[in-house]
Design a protein around this ligand. Structure first.
Ligand SMILES: [Zn+2]
Length: 611
């Protein structure tokens, strides 16, 4: 049975098509005597593919010759507008860890595109709200984008949406059963894309240059699958699926370090798909099933596999070689190994001339670590231990979630806990409140303000003065493989100095006070900008942090005011025990009281355990 199936599959592959050989000079070669069932597209578009041609593409020797001599593709995505940045010291040359080489190395843009960086990040499958693990990946990529931009590079950043997938189809079907309507996977995907955009905006992630949806690039995916078939690295199964033939490709798995030839994990699997020749083979095209969204292809109606999406969209939008490909580390295998294999198998000669080593379509692979849940497990939907960004931001301001995320270097795991988020919220409030106090002191003016401001500005650019020194230290940290925790820590000194200058008698009379304050305000704003935490509206950001603290305390602003009034009354009556009890109760709820000359105020604080 299996032999018969194999023979049939082989026949499909071996039947030469007229003109097919002429169509292949731009192939990766290697198995040139094995032909696709259908001839490959005459012109491997050294750019976006032409409109999908079905069944019988016309291949001509002239078109093939044109393809083999065509210029390398011109990317169709354009650089994103540079983020608004505050003046600061120059960013030192960036050193970035590369998963492919397992080492840090100085990052340099390609010689043919000086001053420009292309970056592709695998996006989300839009069937549900995104979780904190996703937030971590996209905050890390956003911080990378901001660091590259601060280095003076024009960044073209592409992040896709997987908007056709088993999970989307299943969720839409389940919703249809609940709602008594017809399944609407496209509608579900659109809703989740809108939610994702809201989450990213709340977290301060800049919009990418392009956000391609997989369903809009199916013709490109079909063209790439045709190339892979034509090069002899794929086969069509009896059921009409197209599978990538992993053992046919030398070097498969080099990104993750897995070797398909020696890896015997496949034998441990309970069920290996009978239509696969090797357990490592993966699907490029899935034959249509009833009730599913489908597209036409030379192999019949169906839909693309997940892995081919990114390869095709990255090539269309960024060209055959991209500088940086990013994603969560759970994608290294199989997704990124498979992306590497597909691009290698489909590459034409002009692609290969541009590809590092003639085989790799990515220069730097950047992977963000996991967010772990209680017990150290990876947070994921399939494990059911995840928090959505929406869940987290009901209790914590999104900027506090971002500070929590960047308080760990992007490659290390982060343990998600209420305590850590609370600490980040308290820390962010302290930073923002200090900044507000400094800016208020500067707004109040005084003798020497203009001169001080001038001195501060010169120092910020030169990395001198209290703000300039801190910003230079933060820049050095970010340039060292995005060491964000060190960049955050660089603000500790100036924050403390600022509070002394604003709140102590000695500080208020210090010489050069306004110059120091201007330098500190500039330095803090600059570093917060690099970290994606510079608030556009500082009072609103403080109010948001207070509002979330009240939510966590289960209190309203009026409740807190009433408690403060009760404490004032108790103190007036010298009932110290009652006054202390009120204070302790609020502290236990994460609200600290500050007694000042104009009365008592409250602010969010790390929740203290009651004794
Ligand atoms: Zn991807």
């Amino acid at each position: 049975m299996r032999a018969a199936r194999l023979a049939q599959t082989l026949m499909l592959r071996l039947r030469p098509a007229p003109g097919a050989r002429a169509a292949l000079p731009c192939s990766s070669g290697g198995r040139g005597r094995v032909w696709a069932r259908e001839p490959v597209l005459a012109h491997w578009p050294c750019r976006a593919p032409p409109a999908l041609r079905l069944r019988r593409p016309h291949t001509t020797a002239a078109a093939a010759a044109a393809a083999s001599t065509a210029a390398p593709p011109a990317p169709t995505a354009t650089p994103m507008p540079p983020p608004m940045t505050r003046p600061g010291p120059p960013m030192p040359p960036l050193t970035l860890y590369n998963t492919a080489t397992r080492a840090k190395a100085p990052f340099r843009p390609r010689a043919d595109t000086p001053g420009a960086v292309s970056l592709y990040a695998c996006g989300v499958t839009v069937y549900d709200l995104s979780h904190v693990g996703h937030a971590r990946v996209y905050v890390a990529v956003d911080t990378l984008v901001r660091t590259l931009a601060a280095s003076g590079l024009a960044v073209t950043y592409v992040r896709n949406f997987t908007d056709v997938d088993d999970k989307i189809i299943a969720r839409a079907a389940a919703e249809a059963v609940e709602g008594g309507a017809a399944p609407d996977p496209a509608g579900l995907a659109q809703r989740m894309i809108t939610e994702f955009h809201a989450d990213m905006a709340a977290l301060g992630c800049l919009p990418p240059s392009a956000e391609p949806r997989a369903t809009a690039y199916v013709p490109s995916m079909v063209a790439m699958i045709e190339r892979i078939l034509g090069a002899g690295h794929a086969y069509v199964t009896e059921g009409g699926d197209v599978m990538f033939d992993v053992p046919s490709l030398p070097g498969y798995g080099r990104l993750s370090g897995r070797d398909a030839a020696t890896d015997n994990r496949a034998g441990e699997r309970v069920a290996v798909d009978a239509s696969k020749r090797s357990p490592f083979d993966f699907v490029l095209w899935k034959a249509a099933k009833p009730g599913e969204p489908t597209w036409p292809s030379p192999w019949g109606d169906g839909r693309p596999g997940w892995h081919i999406e990114c390869s095709a969209m990255a090539r269309d939008l960024l060209g055959p070689v991209i500088d940086i490909h990013a994603g969560g580390r759970d994608l290294i295998h199989p997704h990124h190994d498979n992306e590497v294999a597909q691009c290698q198998a489909a590459a034409c000669e002009c692609d290969r001339a541009a590809m590092p080593g003639g085989v790799d379509f990515v220069r730097w692979w950047v992977h963000a670590g996991f967010v772990t849940a209680a017990g150290g497990d990876k947070m994921s939907k399939s494990l059911g231990n995840f928090f959505t960004i929406r869940d987290a931001s009901a209790a914590y301001a999104p900027a506090a979630i971002r500070l929590f995320l960047v308080s760990t270097q992007y490659r290390s795991p982060i343990a998600y806990s209420a305590d850590a988020l609370e600490a980040a919220s308290g820390r962010l409030y302290y930073m923002y409140q200090t900044l507000a106090d400094v800016e208020a002191a500067l707004a109040a003016g005084g003798p020497g303000l203009d001169k001080g401001a001038e001195w501060a500005a010169a120092g910020l650019a030169a990395g001198t003065g209290p703000g300039g020194v801190a910003a230079a230290a933060a820049a050095a940290a970010l340039a060292d493989d995005l060491n964000t925790p060190s960049a955050v820590a660089a603000l500790s000194g100036p924050l403390k100095a600022a509070n002394d200058l604003v709140h102590t008698k000695k500080g208020r009379t210090a010489q050069g006070r306004l110059g120091d304050l201007a330098s500190i305000a500039g330095g803090i704003r600059c570093v917060l900008g690099w970290l994606g935490l510079d608030p556009a509206d500082l009072p609103a950001a403080l109010e948001e942090l207070k509002a979330r603290a009240l939510t966590r305390a289960g209190m309203s602003a009026a409740d807190v005011e009433a408690a403060i009034a009760a404490r004032v009354a108790a103190r007036a009556a010298k009932d110290w025990a009652t006054a202390d009890a009120v204070r302790l109760r609020l502290e236990g709820a994460g609200l600290a009281l500050l007694d000042g000359p104009t009365g008592t105020e409250w602010r969010p604080a790390v929740r203290l355990e009651e004794e």
